[in-house]
Design a protein around this ligand. Structure first.
Ligand SMILES: [Zn+2]
Length: 253
């Protein structure tokens, strides 16, 4: 089992970069990663490689500076901020007349009396996404001749969606900020898994039959997907995907 511990942060161009070491016997080499928070993790195969791993990480200042420059600007979910929700910019607003958060055609309204606004916005958006995914899944059920058992949305770290053999579909809450054609593709992708629980040529041809430009959506997720992680509650741009930037080096000597 892997063991992770924090070490003292690096200073790169005056910026403090938090850092952790991960010791994992299955690692074949030293691996340096940065997540969307800008936290570095260096992985090594055993305790005796820890010093070498830290040294390697410290020597990669150019790579680290490049990754820092690429980090998405965090956008806090609070009143006055406009966010793309299911393909439409909507302003987060306080509304004194409502009890629970609600998504309208041009706003995400939250009750004025809450003090955890960000969390309320997050849960309101999750509910809206779930509703959207369920409608879309209902539609595909008929045209694909499949049946799902339930739809869930969760803030997942490494996946956009998943489908179990029992027909449980799970979608990443971050998709609420994605262009609708990307979201629609992810839903279709998971629905097609109800027919083929693999990535066989049969699976992909079923996907392509119903979404001719699925490669465009896949490409968007690869190149732009990380930008969906910039939105977060105040003080928390939550749950970035773990393996955003990876550099692999030769095995330690
Ligand atoms: Zn898949």
């Amino acid at each position: 089992m892997a063991r992770v511990f924090d070490i003292s942060p690096l200073k790169i161009n005056g910026q403090t970069v938090p850092m952790a070491v991960r010791v994992d016997a299955r690692a074949k080499r030293l691996i340096l990663r940065m997540d969307n928070h800008g936290k570095l993790t260096v992985t090594c195969p055993g305790d005796r490689y820890v010093d070498a791993a830290i040294q390697m990480a410290r020597s990669r200042t150019g790579w680290i500076a490049d990754r820092l420059a690429e980090l998405p600007e965090p956008a806090h979910l609070r009143p006055g901020v406009a966010v793309p929700v299911l393909g439409k910019e909507r302003m987060i607003t306080f509304s004194p007349s409502i009890q629970t958060g609600v998504v309208t055609p041009d706003s995400v309204s939250v009750p004025a009396a809450v003090d955890n606004v960000g969390d309320v916005v997050v849960s309101t958006l999750a509910k809206e996404l779930k509703r959207y995914c369920r409608n879309c899944a209902d539609h595909w059920q008929d045209s694909l001749g499949v049946q799902y058992s339930r739809v869930r949305v969760r803030d997942m770290k490494t996946r956009w969606g998943s489908c179990t053999a029992r027909g449980d579909l799970t979608f990443n809450t971050r998709l609420v900020f994605a262009p609708p054609q990307v979201l629609d593709y992810v839903i279709l992708h998971e629905m097609c898994h109800l027919r083929f629980l693999d990535h066989s040529p049969e699976f992909w041809s079923l996907v392509e039959n119903h979404c001719q430009d699925y490669l465009v959506q896949e490409a968007w997720l690869k190149s732009e997907g990380r930008s969906l992680f910039r939105y977060g509650a105040v003080g928390d741009v939550s749950l970035p995907p773990k393996r955003t930037s990876v550099t692999e080096l030769p095995p330690p000597g």
